[in-house]
Design a protein around this ligand. Structure first.
Ligand SMILES: Nc1ncnc2c1ncn2[C@@H]1O[C@H](COP(=O)(O)OP(=O)(O)OP(=O)(O)O)[C@@H](O)[C@H]1O
Length: 308
């Protein structure tokens, strides 16, 4: 049963005649993780600002939790959590104090905010940093604190603008893990990213955005199936045979990579290569998967790469 909590129809935002968002439509279902994927300047942040009721639209319609953000800003903002692109934490305050002060902006009772702050410090894995200065935190910790702060009012929807930009791989993985946890708890996530791996890891569905318009929509797997031209066949023959088999793969695929437990065949046409493998007597294949990338989907749709 569809239960959309954010619905945009032909949504537009122009700045002095320039269309930053040029008629986009999408619906985010309750509890799903939905991504706006696109390069710099695509219109992702502008869309997020309209959803978050901090910027008004120029045209089209938008509904967030059944309300129009242009008319019901305060009600919507009280039910959302917002994680902006750059952390705007109060560096004069300590870690826990940041949560307490933010909670009071929402007019929540002091005892409730204190209880929630402790829960969120645990959630963000920052319990031992409660009294630390914000400046003493790593980039990943600051992001987690920003997310914790956005959750102080127990929002049903969390908006995240480029949540892991600038973080190292380990910090990104910790953050993803926290976002998975939120999703498990039923929070709807709307996030922007220009990282394909992030979209693949985190999002149930994505829209690919470029120059203010939607180029494609679907689950990462659907988009890859529909638009990607490159494929990687991951073939397992049984590890003892890998080196023997590798010698017989000359001329198959564009490139062959032999790993201890499997062989990866990079190719433009997986079906054709499978037939060739079988014709070459290379079986039994114990398992086979096709993998491809959203990077390739984007390139195919726009003729450009995501990070330029
Ligand atoms: N306040 C503004 N005034 C004028 N132009 C703006 C304003 N805000 C955004 N734009 C323009 O609108 C376009 C979309 O910007 P937006 O920040 O939404 O892109 P984005 O996809 O979020 O990119 P990034 O990944 O860099 O944040 C850009 O060309 C930008 O320069």
């Amino acid at each position: 049963m569809p239960d959309p909590v954010i619905v945009a129809q032909d949504l537009r935002k122009t700045y002095a005649g320039f269309a930053a968002v040029d008629g986009i439509s999408f619906a985010v279902e309750r509890g799903e993780s939905f991504g706006l994927l696109g390069p710099n300047g695509a219109g992702k942040s502008t869309t997020m600002r309209m959803v978050g009721a901090v910027s008004t639209r120029t045209g089209g319609s938008l509904s967030v939790l059944g309300l129009d953000p242009d008319r019901h800003g305060p009600e919507i903002r009280s039910q959302l959590g917002v994680v902006p692109q750059s952390d705007n934490l109060d560096t004069e305050l300590r870690v826990r104090e940041n949560l307490l002060v933010y909670g009071r902006y929402f007019g929540l009772p002091r005892a409730q905010v204190a209880r929630r702050a402790d829960e969120l410090l645990a959630f963000a894995q920052l319990e031992d940093k409660a009294k630390a200065k914000v400046d003493a935190l790593s980039g990943g910790m600051k992001r987690r604190l920003t997310i914790a702060r956005a959750l102080i009012n127990d929002p049903s929807i969390l908006l995240l603008d480029e949540p892991t930009t600038g973080l190292d791989p380990q910090a990104r993985h910790i953050l993803w893990d926290r976002l998975f946890r939120l999703k498990e708890q039923g929070t709807t996530l709307l996030l922007t990213t220009h990282y394909m791996d992030e979209a693949e890891q985190l999002c149930d569905r994505i829209v690919v955005v470029d120059k203010g318009a939607i180029m494609a929509e679907g689950s990462p797997a659907e988009l890859i199936r529909r638009y990607s031209s490159k494929e990687v066949l991951e073939v397992r023959f049984g590890s003892s045979r890998n080196s023997e088999v590798a010698e017989r793969l000359q001329g198959i695929g564009d490139r062959v990579e032999v790993l201890p437990d499997r062989i990866l065949i990079y190719t433009g046409n997986g079906e054709a290569e499978l037939v060739r493998l079988t014709d070459a007597g290379l079986h039994p294949i114990t398992s086979l998967v096709r993998r491809s990338s959203l990077e390739d989907v984007f390139l195919r749709l726009t003729g450009r790469t995501l990070i330029e």
